[in-house]
Design a protein around this ligand. Structure first.
Ligand SMILES: [Ca+2]
Ligand SMILES: [Ca+2]
Ligand SMILES: [Ca+2]
Length: 435
């Protein structure tokens, strides 16, 4: 049974490999003079994934509160208020500042002043009868693990998956991530963005940017576009489910970091706008248990019939991170090219299945390229330049499963059947060590 599940996912991944065999590779370049091929891919991760030039501090996530609970907490508190309560007035009463206005669930954020003890402030707010919930707000990070290698030749050949189900265009995958290169656009700061060529025929619906609060979730990193390409591309690379609609929802910033509140808002937005699948290639750190508010949003999405797919995380630890650890989210770990659990992939009994996530330290097929997962995305620091990049991570595995989930829905639109097929087939003989 496990084998069969692998076969499905591996087949899907094979469909997005371009015709590598027909043409000799001419050149690859590493984005930064970082690790050479075969070296540990993670040592210069931050140099490679962070933008090349200093950027303004993002008040949502900087600086993290260093209080011994780890760096993955924001300076903000998640606050849910009762009906008719004004969060701004409430904050003033407590001598603090509201930073994010409450949304549909009455959930907003307040800032922890630099000299305040977060726990004391939480206790103070919890004792206010206008406050229904108050707690720390976690930080989420996109779950691509490895350095991206740009692939600098053009393919004449494209490969479509055989026998795409009819009616795939009636289904929507929401990609909650760093945004998507889904339009040619110049923002009010004069920053230009372009549509990725392989997404030119894709229909995009209900775009929203919860990081900057606008209707243009352009990708100012490269994580979200890479995942979208794996799902929907139809060009130099072909995704798992070309023809499916994509809902770009930006919840991660230019460093692929975001808040628990943006995630809650993003999930609600996807459900309210008719998404059938939500791709969550992002993780809280190990050990972090999200608020009951996020847990409720995930439960509500699942009960609305939406299939949620989440990355198990790249810490190489025996723990599936949230939100994948939620009972309402399918937890996806990553395999290497030989079908074994990739060295960076988390695992645990909460893992639901494995899909290809690549391994940039190997070249098992001897094609001269590290065995990452290839897809189109934008260059770090230059969202006007697109190209093909090898990336590894449980993020990529998750996107492949989201694409397969959309294909399944087109065959049988019952979301319970999708979850059943994917989970049941990976449960028999399931071994948490291997997945
Ligand atoms: Ca924007
Ligand atoms: Ca789960
Ligand atoms: Ca290779």
């Amino acid at each position: 049974m496990t084998r069969r599940a692998y076969a499905i996912i591996v087949l899907a991944a094979a469909a997005c490999e371009p015709g590598l065999s027909g043409q000799p590779p001419t050149e690859i370049s590493v984005e930064d003079p970082g690790p050479s091929h075969g070296a540990s891919p993670n040592t210069d991760l931050h140099n490679l994934w962070d933008p090349p030039s200093p950027t303004p501090v993002d008040p949502w996530t900087e600086p993290p509160v260093e209080d011994g609970q780890g760096p993955f907490l924001t300076r903000q508190l998640l606050v849910q208020i009762g009906e008719g309560v004004d969060l701004g007035d409430l904050a003033v009463r407590h001598g603090i500042r509201a930073t994010v206005a409450p949304g549909p669930r009455g959930i907003g954020a307040v800032e922890v002043p630099v000299d305040d003890d977060p726990q004391a402030l939480i206790a103070e707010l919890q004792s206010d009868s206008d406050v229904q919930y108050c707690g720390r707000m976690g930080l989420i990070v996109g779950s691509a693990d490895g350095w991206a290698v740009e692939h600098q030749w053009h393919h004449d050949e494209t490969r479509r998956p055989e026998e795409l189900p009819r009616g795939l265009d009636a289904f929507t995958v929401a990609v909650l991530d760093t945004g998507v290169a889904y339009e040619d656009y110049v923002d009010e700061d004069g920053q230009a963005y372009v549509l990725a060529p392989s997404l030119a025929s894709t229909t995009f619906v209900a775009p929203w940017d919860f990081v900057n609060g606008d209707a243009h979730p352009n990708d100012d990193h490269q994580h979200g576009t890479h995942l979208t390409s794996l799902i929907a591309s139809d060009g130099d690379v072909v995704g798992v489910a070309p023809g499916v609609k994509i809902m770009p929802v930006k919840v991660l910033d230019h460093r692929k970091r975001g808040t628990e509140l943006a995630l809650i808002r993003g999930v609600d937005h996807a459900v309210d706008n008719g998404a059938h699948v939500i791709n969550l290639s992002l993780s809280f750190p190990p050990g972090y248990v999200p608020s009951p508010l996020l847990q409720r949003a995930l439960q509500d999405a699942s009960q609305a019939g939406v299939v949620l797919v989440g990355a198990a995380g790249n810490g190489s630890v025996n723990e599936v991170t949230w939100p994948a650890a939620s009972p309402h989210v399918i937890a996806v770990g990553a395999t290497d090219p030989q079908g074994d659990r990739a060295p960076y992939s988390n695992w645990s009994t909460q893992l639901d299945l494995l899909a290809p996530g690549g391994d940039l330290t190997s070249d098992h097929d001897n094609n001269g390229f590290p065995d990452g997962i290839l897809a189109e995305t934008v260059a770090l620091g230059d969202p006007t330049r697109t190209g093909l990049w090898f990336v590894e991570g449980t993020s990529q595995a998750t996107a492949l499963v989201s694409g397969v989930a959309a294909l399944r829905l087109a065959v049988d639109p019952d979301p319970r059947a999708v979850v059943g097929v994917l989970q049941k087939e990976s449960s028999g003989g399931f071994h948490p060590e291997r997945g």
